[in-house]
Design a protein around this ligand. Structure first.
Ligand SMILES: [Zn+2]
Ligand SMILES: [Zn+2]
Length: 325
């Protein structure tokens, strides 16, 4: 083992610095250093690109290049193992070795198999850096297939009453889950969902949907919409008609979520691990240290220590050195 200290901190992304230097989900892609991007959600993508290479899945790279003028290519993934994160198409976790310690980094992850996505599997690691979006014990979701059939039933019930349905879901990831669930009901997509879906479509995953242009359709129909488009013309048109509005999100567990989203029903269907999934994942990795980041990092670190007896610390912005060995 090298004599240098191993530092894990929140800087330009999550930084792991030792005899090798890694940046995970960095804000700036620099010209030197190893930059790993976990998935194509905008809060994980770089805001500035100075360098030319990153480590990411083909799908993530395609989405990234679609959004930016400066095109990136895939770096030689020397010493970096990419593992499926189960969160959305192309989402990855990264395992690296620094100062003789194995370090596993997860951006957003989901350990459940759902709608054709295979859940993330734990791997043995010395240090685990894990996201903590739903890192509080109250965030426990019913099985994904149960919620999926509730969503389908709800849509079919409305159809039988002649009512169209709008379903709010994030354009990248959850929208494609909804399109798969509603496949044989001929789902429509608003422009942002349609464009995201076009980028993620593959031969194995045809993701059939039609673009909805905001015009009335004679038969009852379901349209998957971005939650950010609520106030656009399309949505106004829909609200003016008798439309059943649904949303899907892990936050549906919270009282007040339906009101906040302006929907009639909300389903706790998520592309993230719930609290129990996170604890099980940590257990399976058998780490000696866990670093929690994003979301309820304090709560998750506390619960990991209390329930598993594993040293765990939240990654706090501004704290210079987190772990020294
Ligand atoms: Zn995400
Ligand atoms: Zn995220």
């Amino acid at each position: 083992m090298s004599g240098r200290s191993l530092t894990i901190r929140l800087g330009n992304g999550v930084e792991v610095l030792g005899d090798e230097e890694y940046h995970f989900d960095a804000e700036v892609i620099e010209e030197s250093g190893t930059f790993c991007i976990s998935h194509a959600h905008s809060d994980h993508l770089p805001k500035r690109i100075k360098g030319t290479e990153v480590i990411a899945s083909d799908i993530t790279l395609r989405c990234l290049n679609d959004r930016s003028k400066k095109q990136l290519s895939m770096a030689e993934p020397d010493g970096v193992t990419m593992l499926d994160a189960g969160h959305m198409a192309g989402s990855r976790m990264f395992q690296v070795e620094v100062n003789g310690r194995s370090v596993l980094y997860t951006g957003d992850l989901c350990t459940r198999n759902r709608c054709g996505n295979k859940g993330a599997r734990p791997v043995k690691t010395d240090i685990l850096i894990i996201e903590s979006t739903y890192g509080k014990p109250r965030y426990v979701f019913p099985p994904s297939d149960v919620i999926a059939s509730l969503i389908r039933d709800e849509v079919e019930d409305n159809f039988s009453q002649g009512r169209p349905v709008s379903l709010f879901a994030y354009p990248f990831g959850k929208s494609q889950d909804m399109i798969r669930i509603l496949r044989d009901l001929g789902p429509y997509a608003d422009l942002s969902v349609f464009n995201a879906t076009s980028l993620l479509r593959s031969e194995e995953d045809p993701l059939e949907c039609q673009l909805w242009d905001g015009e009335a359709i004679d038969e009852p129909f379901v349209v998957v919409c971005s939650p950010w488009l609520k106030r656009t013309r399309q949505e106004k048109l829909m609200c003016n008609r008798d439309v059943k509005r649904l949303a899907v999100s892990g936050w549906a567990i919270d009282a007040g979520y339906k009101r906040r989203m302006g929907v009639h029903e909300a389903f706790p269907f998520s592309d993230h691990a719930d609290f129990n999934d996170l604890i099980e994942f940590v257990k399976g990795c058998e780490p000696e240290l866990v670093i929690t980041h994003h979301g309820f990092a304090d709560s998750l670190a506390y619960e990991i220590k209390a329930r598993l007896g594993i040293d765990a610390r939240p990654l706090v912005k501004g704290q210079r050195t987190l772990a020294e060995f």
